[in-house]
Design a protein around this ligand. Structure first.
Ligand code: BTN
Length: 239
């Protein structure tokens, strides 16, 4: 049960995708909405991928009005907020893989999908592997779950903690700007200083991941100079 000031909360037994259901509540200016579903039958991931929605995991979406020119900063704080909650719950180091993957060691614990909603709303879809993680052989990356890591929190309680931390970071972003949040993000950055490939659509570019800028764009030092990336998938080059 989300019990955080300023958020209107709805809970469902079963939906196709929380990111779609939440849109019907984005009707009035100035609202913040959170929804949770106990089951999700058609979860969507980034780049048109399917999100394997296994029972007992967290499937939720948040909707809020946000200036789209600063969307990179919002992406960064959605992942940062989850890493901070998980650090407390697990007492372990959590890594952030640009743009918004949250990792324990090298394994993905969650997925975040930001989409444009109605009016000036932005929709943040968050899936966390609470009880189970997909283990089918064709999955692109290693995965883990909170249960595997020894943490037995329930999905609604995790959502409460997430919304609280996210609200805190959002207020900080609105009042003080991105500078300190950027520092917090970089402390947890995976592959910082390393040689990576970034794939955008079908284009691959290689370079050293030297940080993120004031808009949370990835900074890539390439043989042709400094390149800024707004979106893409990052892969480590191991040599
Ligand atoms: C990713 O590809 O890493 C993003 C996955 C996002 C999954 C969440 S689960 C709740 C919300 N509803 C969806 O259909 N997708 C997001």
């Amino acid at each position: 049960m989300v019990n955080v000031a300023g958020w209107k909360y709805y809970e469902f037994d079963k939906v196709q995708s929380t990111n779609d259901v939440i849109k019907q509540y984005c009707t009035e200016e100035g609202r913040r909405i959170a929804i949770l579903a106990h089951e999700q039958t058609n979860g969507r991931g980034r780049c048109g991928r399917v999100w394997d929605s296994l029972s007992g995991n967290l499937f939720c979406s948040l909707a809020l009005e946000f200036d789209l020119t600063k969307i990179g900063q919002l992406v960064a704080i959605t992942a940062l907020s989850l890493s901070e909650v998980l650090e407390k719950e697990l007492r372990a180091k959590i890594f952030l893989k640009w743009p918004n993957d949250v990792l324990i060691d090298d394994a993905k614990i969650s997925g975040i999908l930001l989409e444009k909603g109605p009016l000036d709303y932005v929709i943040i879809g968050l899936g966390v592997n609470v009880k189970k993680c997909p283990e089918n052989p064709d999955i692109l990356y290693p995965t883990t779950s909170l249960a595997k890591q020894g943490c037995h929190i329930r999905a609604p309680e995790l959502l409460d903690k997430y919304v609280e931390r996210f609200s805190h970071n959002l207020a900080k972003l609105n009042e003080e700007g991105f500078a300190d949040l950027r520092v917090e993000w970089l402390k947890r950055a995976k592959n910082l200083g390393k040689l990576i490939t970034i794939r955008q659509n079908k284009k691959m570019e290689e370079g050293i991941f030297i940080g993120i800028d004031e808009n949370a764009c990835l900074l890539l030092e390439t043989s042709a100079g400094l390149s800024k990336k707004l979106a893409g998938d990052v892969f480590l080059i191991e040599r």
